[in-house]
Design a protein. Structure first.
Length: 136
């Protein structure tokens, strides 16, 4: 009886989280905006399939002891691509939500836009390096 309750609870949580992610991607038009920025409208179906397959693969690997042994250079290359994707996704979210323009207008920082962008980039890179190389 207890295992049935755990299965139902886990499935319910997965459905809720998955619905939230789909709502976020749908309401903010992440995939069409990414296709627009990269001028790759013909690959929208491919983008959607890759996102779903990635989510399913991540869910499966988080629930099992699945592991892949790779050499360090390959891990660095994969990490670079993953980091690039996450950075682009975060930038697209910020652009869609107009976060940076609103902050610049609110705090009257019109002449400092380039410095703000560089500060965001450098902060992200330094934070990632600290996390990967120093903090264990």
């Amino acid at each position: 009886m207890r295992s049935v309750l755990v299965i139902i609870t886990g499935l319910s949580n997965g459905i809720i989280v998955g619905s939230g992610i789909v709502a976020l991607l749908t309401l903010l038009d992440i995939v069409p905006r990414l296709a627009q920025l990269t001028n790759t409208y013909k690959y929208i179906q491919w983008y959607e399939n890759v996102i779903v397959m990635g989510a399913v693969f991540a869910a499966i690997t988080s629930l099992t002891d699945f592991a892949i042994s790779l050499k360090a250079p390959i891990v660095v290359v994969i990490g670079f691509f993953i980091g690039t994707f996450i950075g682009l996704l975060a930038s697209a979210l910020a652009e869609v939500m107009n976060v940076i323009p609103v902050l610049i207008r609110r705090f009257r920082l019109e002449g400092y836009v380039i410095y703000i962008l560089y500060a965001l980039i450098i902060g992200k890179v330094l934070g990632s390096l600290l996390d990967w190389l120093i903090i264990k």
